[in-house]
Design a binder for this molecule. Structure first.
Ligand code: PMP
Length: 420
């Protein structure tokens, strides 16, 4: 794929220069099977800018040491960078205090942590948790495990045929047994943007805390947890340009202070003796053992990368890509798009009549195009629509319309080759 893409220049905000950002992502100029790589699997994981890659290399090359434990130069330097990341992340999502930022392995671990600490504290026999039909498995299974243990029940806000929440049904789902609502901000399989602020405000009128799965939203939107007034917000570094194995759990301090630890070990205690142990405060209370130091430092550089971008120009640019791709793919009569919410971002899921999605995905792969096929860890969404999977094209601000044209051309070729 050539990096010269003039078709973008007319519609896009002059403050956003896609060619300038593409240079920061070395993988985008690689090839797959001798074809220029076109990466449309961003909802699974994003590519990394050179700033993040170098930060990790620099940590291991120049100041690798364990943190919080050494008086020596290396340990202090590593500790400063690790600890400093907390305030960088705090500002990124506008949390009130650094103590509200817990580093985890990712979104999945964040939700499991909440379920196993906060959830175990507040959920009792007969209680209810409300989820939505469009949740990722990471926001279903941890609650099922908890409900099984506590003999509690899960209730589900259904989605309509466009993939939007049927919010008019929420009132009827809330009862005096509802102890928590946990929902996704942006769906990874449909792209739907949920009105989390409105839902949180309604839940709080009933004193119900709300956990938001922000795995797909911090990537594309500026998030303000104080404005949302959410009780918990979780996300993964790897989907937002950072390394794998790191994530963030934001929790209101009042909850974190009252929650028991998730895991026990070093770095999370005040004092240990065989007669008993006292625990540190948040965040150390929730970060037992040696953390992913290089990963957290990498996350810091990912956030700083976002900070130097014009976020709203980026979001507009991504919306423009989605709109363009949707318009173009809709011209193919055998294509059915899944997820047509009014508020939607960065994800285009579709099937083709008479063509197996996996076969088409494999054909696109031979042309150097990375898309995802399958259920995208949202099996209930597939059940709702009576399908066994989709092809998902997911965008990032470094994609171009030229890449979309190349994708479309190859979808047409693939259909010719594979169609009945
Ligand atoms: N929630 C959503 C909406 C996601 O897209 C994902 C990742 N596909 C997850 C949760 C789980 O994230 P991770 O695997 O990074 O823990």
């Amino acid at each position: 794929m050539s990096t010269s893409d003039t078709s973008l220049k007319s519609k896009v905000s002059p403050t956003f220069d896609v060619q300038k950002v593409r240079i920061d992502f070395p993988i985008l100029s690689k090839t797959a099977y001798d074809k220029p790589l076109v990466y449309f699997d961003n909802a699974a994981t994003a590519q990394k800018p050179v700033q993040v890659i170098k930060a990790i290399e620099e940590y291991y090359t120049n100041y690798n040491a364990n943190i919080h434990r050494g008086v020596h130069y290396l340990s202090q330097r590593a500790s400063d960078l690790y600890d400093g990341t907390r305030s960088v992340v705090q500002k990124f999502i506008n949390a009130k205090s650094e103590n509200e930022i817990i580093f985890t392995k990712g979104t999945t671990e964040g939700i499991n942590l909440i379920a196993q600490t906060f959830g175990r504290q507040i959920i009792n026999e007969g209680d209810e948790i409300i989820l939505t039909e469009m949740e990722h498995h990471a926001n279903i299974v941890p609650w099922q495990l908890l409900c099984e243990e506590k003999k509690a029940t899960i209730k589900v806000i259904p989605i309509n045929d466009k993939g939007e929440l049927e919010l008019e049904k929420l009132d009827a789902l809330i009862s005096d047994k509802t102890k928590l609502i946990s929902l996704v901000h942006i769906s990874n399989s449909l792209g739907t943007i949920n009105p989390v602020k409105e839902i949180i405000s309604k839940a709080h009128k009933h004193n119900i805390p709300v956990c938001v799965d922000g795995a797909q939203s911090v990537v594309h939107e500026e998030v303000d947890v104080q404005d949302f007034d959410c009780d918990f917000f979780v996300f993964s570094s790897h989907k937002m340009l950072g390394p794998t194995g790191v994530g963030v759990l934001y929790g209101k301090e009042k909850w974190l202070d009252s929650m028991p630890p998730y895991q026990g070990g070093g770095d999370m205690i005040k004092r240990v003796s065989f007669d008993g142990t006292t625990f540190g405060e948040s965040p150390s209370k929730f970060e037992a053992g040696t953390p992913n130091i290089a990963g957290v430092i990498g996350l810091r550089y990912a956030v700083e990368y976002y900070n130097q971008l014009d976020r709203s120009a980026c979001t507009n640019y991504e919306k423009d890509l989605l709109e363009y791709a949707t318009e173009q793919i809709s011209k193919i009569s055998s294509v059915k798009i899944w997820g047509e919410a009014k508020e939607k971002e960065a994800v285009l899921s579709f099937t083709v009549d008479g063509v197996n999605s996996l076969d088409l995905g494999m054909y696109l792969d031979t042309q150097g195009i990375a898309v995802r096929t399958g259920q995208h860890c949202t099996e209930p969404v597939m059940d709702k629509f009576g399908i066994n999977g989709t092809i998902r094209v997911s965008f990032m601000f470094y994609n171009t319309k030229h890449e979309i044209d190349y994708l479309l051309m190859n979808i047409v070729e693939g259909i010719k080759l594979l169609g009945a």
